[in-house]
Design a binder for this molecule. Structure first.
Ligand code: ADP
Ligand code: MG
Length: 707
């Protein structure tokens, strides 16, 4: 293996080892241990080094027993006064210890005969580490780690002791020993070479990676435990920075590769758009006009547009999508609009057909329901270019679907899809070195920090204004004992010509049960409100039935729509002005905001009642209070981030994929700008660093985007 002893001091970049060193190359790692390590994502010796402790213990001091505080972890030393096995309810072993300042009891629920013997040896000395509790007779430790002190004295550790995230059957001492062995290999096997150029390191005052890793696995006893435990120690930030940088570089590179592809410039003559706008019963808002100009400028280029369109629920993204699609049609090409659910695809299809049918634009709905001959005909017309706009779910991008000239792919409600799904779609759209323009729309406002990380490959447009006349949705929270009052409210609203939603969210982890609950609620409400026309829609309803119910609600042939969360995104019925959400305490902020966004889409007063089952947890209370006080999706997203952390805000699918090992988007958000800047600099001045950084932090996960 090559050695570059000067590499660290000069800051030169060492070529990475050609092959990663498998974890089994570490002394003592056999197949069984390797399998357990793999469960933690540890496959190579480098992985061992990057598997960082989640916290630390201070075993560098001995605490006098009298100074112990309940709830704290501490190390003590004492003499055994005696041991006993007790069988009061449950069998356990007690061992009484004493030092010069006081007494302490050790309590074990599981113990071997050998331990029973050891802990009963009067006069023996023990050193124990564990959490202190207040027992009946004085301080106690339950299942502490104990060591017998034979010679009477033993040096205490001069380091803080790491505690690693672990899995069943994997002991802390195993992980500690592995880290120790891997640390030795940093020098010997050129493991974890420095990948950051000296200029970047010195500008940001980052320590060499080897020093950072060594410190994090074996911190000296005088290192700040507080900084280490909170993840704010410079050594940890050094690694977090590198990881964020690797993600930035990866997304930037994807973006550059995409931008190098050819795309059809969509100049359009504006004729169709003009006629469309003249028929529209409202004028576009200033924000809509602004984002349309941004989109039009992108579309006119011979490179693919990669644009994220953010706009709060009800801000009018669909019209923008239609106008973007018309650019493609005016240029003689096709556009595709992908929605996350059949329900939403159907609604988009209906809207587009109403808006564009008279203009002679062929709009088709490619639904999973379509089969046999009808499907074949549709696919043929799509391939021949007779259909200009296709609407559907992700089925649009199946192998069997071919477009004559797909020039623009629009993805609605992207937060429902994962980052990788989005990138995969991109691949599907690519044909013969040509790539469609892409418009990604989302109603879940993405806080800036997250936008900068998960969407670093996209440009952003924001609709930051609602259409005129919208009234904020009046939101109240009520315990479900007030159900009868709520039913009266529905009666009044519907009698004055309004419509209402009643949403039954998932309570059990089962769609079947959720649908049953909705069906039962619909029955009860039908009985309670005999004068109203009550409809029911849920995920297990056939597509035709779903469509019929939604159409009836839209046409005001139904007064009250009982639904599961299938109506969460996109559904647009402006005359509906009252929404009831049951079990609101179970839902997240973003989801509640989305649901609430189904009302307040017209100019009449709207309200939302969040029914909850008391007692409320503090977090649920905070969520409901936020919704009552706030109607702005961006502000809600910011608070959501505080309440839940970035992982959940992006959705499990996205975080599962994004998979940060060291960095934490919330804690380390101040590093993002620097990482972004450094990514540009590295791609420009040190492109050879890009690949090894991506391989280290993202590994094979980055392959999805290879062009
Ligand atoms: P979202 O951004 O949540 O997808 P939609 O596109 O469904 O919002 O629009 C919400 C409602 O607002 C629709 O009924 C739409 O017709 C209407 N709308 C859109 N733009 C305007 C506007 N400029 N003025 C008035 N109403 C508008
Ligand atoms: Mg929408």
């Amino acid at each position: 293996m090559q050695q570059h002893p000067e590499a660290r001091s000069s800051g030169a970049v060492r070529p990475p080892a050609a092959e990663a060193l498998p974890v089994t190359a570490l002394h003592g790692v056999g197949p069984r241990l390797a399998e357990r390590l793999a469960r933690l994502g540890i496959r190579t010796a480098e992985d061992v080094l990057l598997h960082l402790p989640s916290r630390y213990q201070d075993r560098s001091r001995i605490t006098p027993i009298r100074e112990l505080l309940p709830g704290e972890e501490a190390q003590i030393e004492g003499e055994i006064l005696g041991g006993e096995v007790t069988e009061r309810g449950r069998r356990f072993l007690l061992c009484h210890l004493r030092d010069a300042t006081g007494g302490l009891t050790l309590r074990f629920f599981h113990f071997s005969p050998a331990q029973e013997q050891l802990f009963s040896q009067k006069g023996g000395r023990l050193r124990c580490f564990g959490e202190v509790r207040q027992g009946y007779t004085g301080p106690e430790m339950i299942h502490p780690e104990c060591r017998r002190l034979d010679a009477g004295v033993a040096p205490v550790s001069d380091r803080l002791t790491p505690v690693y995230p672990s899995t069943a059957g994997l002991q802390q001492f195993t992980l500690r020993a592995l880290a120790e062995r891997a640390l030795e290999l940093i020098e010997k096997a050129a493991l974890l070479p420095e990948l950051l150029p000296a200029a970047v390191r010195s500008q940001l005052q980052l320590m060499p990676i080897a020093d950072a890793v060594r410190l994090l696995h074996q911190p000296p006893s005088d290192a700040s435990l507080e900084a280490l435990d909170s993840g704010r120690h410079p050594a940890r930030r050094r690694l977090a920075f590198e990881e964020l940088l690797a993600h930035q570089i990866s997304l930037r590179r994807l973006r550059e590769r995409m931008r190098r592809q050819a795309a059809p410039p969509l100049l359009g003559n504006g004729g169709l758009s003009q006629r469309f706008l003249e028929r529209l019963p409202f004028a576009l808002t200033r924000a809509q006009r602004r984002v349309l100009a941004e989109i039009a400028a992108d579309l006119a280029e011979p490179r693919p547009m990669l644009r994220l369109l953010q706009g709060d629920v009800g801000s009018g993204k669909t019209v923008v999508a239609a106008l973007a699609a018309l650019r493609a049609v005016e240029t003689g090409a096709q556009a595709a609009l992908m929605a996350p659910t059949e329900l939403l695809a159907e609604q988009h299809h209906r809207n587009f057909r109403n808006w564009l049918g008279d203009l002679g634009v062929e709009v088709a709905w490619l639904t999973g329901r379509l089969a046999g001959r009808a499907r074949r005909t549709l696919l043929e017309r799509l391939a021949a270019g007779d259909i200009q706009i296709a609407v559907g779910t992700h089925a649009l991008f199946q192998e069997t679907v071919a477009f004559a000239e797909l020039a623009l792919a629009i993805v609605d409600e992207q937060h429902r899809f994962g980052v990788h799904q989005r990138l995969a779609l991109r691949e599907k759209g690519r044909r013969g070195g040509r790539c469609p323009h892409q418009l990604i729309m989302t109603a879940t406002p993405i806080p800036r920090t997250l936008a900068m990380s998960a969407y670093a490959d996209l440009d952003t447009s924001v609709i930051d204004e609602l259409p005129p006349g919208r009234q904020p949705v009046k939101t109240v929270a009520a315990p479900d004992t007030r159900r009868q009052d709520v039913i009266e409210r529905i009666r009044q609203a519907c009698q004055s010509g309004r419509q209402a939603y009643w949403v039954c969210p998932l309570i059990e982890e089962s769609e079947v049960l959720e649908c049953q609950a909705a069906a039962a609620t619909a029955e009860r409400l039908t009985a309670a409100l005999p004068e109203l026309r009550v409809g029911l829609v849920h995920g297990r309803l056939g597509a035709t039935d779903k469509e019929a119910v939604m159409a009836a609600f839209k046409n005001a042939d139904l007064d009250l729509l009982v639904a599961t969360t299938v109506i969460e995104v996109g559904v647009d019925v402006p005359n509906a002005s009252l929404m009831i959400v049951e079990n609101a305490e179970r839902l997240g902020l973003a989801q509640l905001h989305q649901l609430r966004g189904r009302v307040g889409r017209g100019s009449s007063d709207s309200s939302c009642v969040l029914l909850y089952r008391p007692p409320l947890s503090p977090v649920a209370h905070a969520r409901l209070a936020t919704l009552r006080a706030c109607n702005d999706g961006f502000e809600i997203a910011r608070r959501d981030l505080e309440l839940r952390g970035p992982g959940e805000v992006l959705g499990t699918r996205q975080t599962g994929e994004q998979n940060l090992r060291v960095a934490d988007l919330l804690r380390d958000q101040d590093l993002l700008s620097a990482a972004r800047y450094a990514a540009d600099r590295i791609l420009r001045d040190h492109p050879e660093c890009a690949e090894p950084l991506i391989r280290r932090w993202i590994g094979s996960g980055a392959r999805y985007g290879e062009v």
